[in-house]
Design a protein around this ligand. Structure first.
Ligand SMILES: Cc1ncc(COP(=O)(O)O)c(C=O)c1O
Length: 411
């Protein structure tokens, strides 16, 4: 059972009724967080019990907002593997390096966690129509979960969002609209259409349950490492839901006595073409400015001003973490490194974390003894257009094939 009690504003702490569908705080307009009776959770939730449960994100139901487990909307989520990247670790002279591979989730990205939770809660609260501004992956995940729940989904994404996301959303029966602008412009359309179209706005952190789904990345990581959290987590940061979700997970796990005070340094990796959090972090600001002309080939981190900028910056500073940016060229190089050294096909956002790690090691901000986790947030398969194809030789199977030549180094 769940020990979910209420929703609370992250800024002014006003309580909101969780039996009603809610977006942001009615007093100050900031993000709402789900709160639990953590004392009761500590008494009732035995860690050993977890071993007997199915290995998926719903296994943490004491710390999830779902009241009625029979109403869960699921597409067969799995616990994602924590891959031991030994060869990369050796190359980088690091004691321990893991890759949390989120590409194994339904629709191929970590967005499944947040949208499974948001759609489940919307379903529980009898919502029938959902709308989302998205860089692409969240749109696809919402479309799939809405289809499973029998709900309508309205998608608004930048016109240059990956074609795979556009087509997959359409394939799931969502109504897809392309916006001549960025995710922030798509967000304005969703907000403006709310009263006329009567849809529920599922924008990042303007809806309280996606972050609860993402929280399970932190719960899962803690479980996989037997409560010994790593020294640093590098996370590709767009809207910041994943970083905030994990931060919330660690706070709740400490409150129920499953982990101690040690926290990983939370490291936000952004693109040099869109780095509002890095800029604000470096300038010692508490919130971010709108980034103009946002451009990067990693669509998920092209968010010119995250709605929860203050919370993201606070979590980074509280964890003694940092924020840094990497270039598109470094991202493409890291995609190949991951694929060729470890055999892991990563999305460009996931690749950004490796490029960021290399920089932090060079700057001596990550040390050889550190235990580090990189988040690969999605599959490479949606981004094959980023791989420049050589002109592959075409062989005539009827002719004589010079096998000696085939194995020469240029191949
Ligand atoms: C693959 C991928 N990685 C990272 C992000 C950024 O996620 P967050 O909103 O948690 O910062 C996104 C968001 O669209 C994404 O699609």
């Amino acid at each position: 059972m769940s020990f979910f009690t209420h929703l609370e504003c992250t800024h002014c702490k006003t309580e909101h009724d969780a039996k009603q569908i809610q977006n942001v705080c009615r007093q100050c307009g900031k993000a709402l967080y789900a709160r639990y009776d953590l004392e009761k959770v500590a008494r009732a939730f035995d860690q050993r019990e977890l071993m007997r449960r199915t290995p998926n994100l719903w296994r943490y139901h004491e710390l999830l907002p779902v009241n009625d487990l029979s109403k869960i909307i699921s597409l067969g989520e799995v616990n994602t593997p924590l891959l031991n990247a030994t060869k990369l670790a050796r190359r980088l002279n690091l004691k321990k390096l893991w890759v949390k591979d989120e590409s194994r989730l339904p629709t191929g990205t970590f967005k499944a966690r947040g949208l499974a939770m948001a759609v489940t809660k919307a379903h529980e609260l009898h919502v029938k129509r959902l709308a989302i501004p998205s860089a692409g992956n969240a749109a696809e995940a919402l479309s799939a979960y809405a289809a499973q729940a029998g709900m309508e989904a309205f998608i608004f994404m930048p016109q240059d969002a990956p074609l795979s996301n556009q087509l997959a959303s359409h394939m799931h029966g969502a109504k897809v609209f392309l916006v001549d602008g960025l995710i922030s412009d798509a967000g304005k359309i969703v907000a403006a259409g709310k009263s006329i179209c009567d849809w529920f706005d599922v924008s990042t952190l303007k809806e309280p349950y996606r972050v609860e789904g993402k929280k399970t990345m932190g719960l899962e990581l803690a479980e996989q490492l037997n409560g010994e959290l790593p020294d640093a987590i590098l996370y590709p940061t767009g809207g910041g839901t994943g970083l905030l979700g994990m931060w919330k997970a660690f706070e709740e796990l400490e409150a129920i006595g499953w982990i101690g005070k040690h926290r990983p340094r939370m490291i936000a990796v952004q693109s040099s073409g869109c780095a509002p959090i890095v800029k604000a972090f470096e300038a010692n600001k508490i919130d971010a400015e709108m980034w103009s002309n946002a451009q990067t080939l990693a669509p998920g981190i092209r968010v010119p001003k995250p709605f929860a900028d203050t919370l993201i910056l606070r979590a980074i500073r509280e964890s003694e973490g940092t924020a840094l940016s990497v270039t598109d060229d470094e991202i493409v190089k890291a995609i190949h490194t991951f694929a060729q050294i470890e055999g892991i096909p990563v999305c460009p956002e996931g690749a950004a974390t490796l490029a960021g790690l290399e920089k932090l090691i060079a700057r001596k901000e990550i040390h050889p003894t550190d235990r580090v986790v990189l988040f690969n947030t999605g599959t490479a398969l949606k981004h094959m257009d980023l791989i420049t194809a050589p002109s592959f030789p075409i062989l005539d199977p009827k002719g004589l094939i010079d096998f000696q030549r085939l194995t020469q180094p240029s191949h």
